[in-house]
Design a protein. Sequence first.
Length: 130
Amino acid sequence: MLPLLDIYRKYYGWKMMLYIFGVFFATIVLSAILMDLAFSALHAVPKPNPNIRHDLTMFAFNYTFYLNVAFGALALYLWRVNRTHPMEHGCPRAGGQSARRMTGKTTLARVRPSASRATRMRPVKALISA
């Protein structure tokens, strides 16, 4: 929200930014009060747990531990695949278009002269007279 308010300050000035901040703040506070009232009316607010400190400090090898290990291993595998076979995201390390523009040479693919943009484009005069 702060970057958005900074953009509003640059384009519309301080007065409009403060007005938008006030509208945002009032909307957030009003929606929080309405949600609290709705959950309280439905008895959906949980009761406080007096043993919360014991529950949080206890360590156990349950299903969440094994899920964390499995998804951690999957994340490491995907990170390694991306490092060894990067996709073209415009990153110079990946050898994409930006790498060719920066170095002036192709890194992963060869460009045929007949497939260049200059040979595929028709002159503007030919388009106007056609």
